[in-house]
Design a protein. Structure first.
Length: 219
């Protein structure tokens, strides 16, 4: 199947209002162009250098979304053009995004990545620490950051009950945090190639799909 056919098959299963991030990390720019020509505009990358290199050669109306763990010293590489950083997991990172976005005279959308999975290796905020940070109000005062919602990666397992538990947990976190922000807090980003049909049942508004569109990645 072509990228175009795979994209269209996936889009046909997404309810109205759910956006698709095409996760293109590790795939060459030509493959992204193919998806672009099929109508896709939102692309997800996990490494700032790779994203910046692709941004330089691909169309200007692409909506670039950072999905991978981001080191603070790399924010400046993507701040001039990135639309959303969906992997925000520390105070230091929010402060640096605010600083770099201000320098570029831009507002950057972010998602708060919360850790709910079993694996300790997974990134994301500990929910209690996040709540304490949000209680200070400092994030809400940052003028160049718009907090759009939350993101998580479910436990990597074949046990569907555990995946459902993770999605249930992040949905309740989303509902708890929503009152702390204005109406632009509207995004629950859950669901990848293997688990997005389940994520949709839990109210996902933004799925992040790589393998099912572009095939397996060569690392
Ligand atoms: C790689 C990645 C994805 C896409 O995973 P697939 O299984 O290829 O769909 C989604 N979200 C994040 C955060 C990723 O790092």
């Amino acid at each position: 199947m072509s990228i175009k056919e795979r994209l269209h098959n996936i889009l046909a299963t997404l309810p109205e209002g759910v956006s698709l991030v095409a996760v293109s990390k590790f795939h060459p720019a030509e493959r992204l162009q193919e998806a672009y020509d099929a109508g896709q505009r939102i692309f997800g990358e996990s490494r700032p250098q790779e994203m910046a290199a692709k941004q330089a050669v691909l169309p200007d109306d692409i909506v670039w979304t950072m999905i991978g763990h981001l080191q603070t010293n790399k924010v400046k590489m993507i701040a001039p053009f990135v639309s959303m950083i969906s992997s925000v997991d520390s105070e230091r990172l929010t402060a640096e995004i605010e600083r770099q976005a201000a320098k570029c005279n831009r507002t950057i959308d972010i998602l708060l990545e919360v850790h709910v999975a079993d694996e300790q290796t997974k990134s994301g905020w500990d929910y209690e620490e996040l709540r304490q940070y949000l209680a200070t109000g400092s994030l809400q005062r940052m003028e160049h950051i718009r907090v759009r919602g939350v993101m998580t990666i479910a436990t990597n397992t074949d046990d569907e009950r555990i995946i459902r538990r993770d999605f249930e947990r992040i949905r309740s976190i989303y509902n708890e945090l929503k009152p702390l922000f204005d109406e632009s807090f509207d995004t629950l980003s859950i669901g990848m190639s293997d688990d997005y049909p389940i994520a949709l049942e839990y109210g996902s508004t933004m799925v992040r799909i790589g393998t099912a569109i572009f095939g397996a990645r060569e690392y």
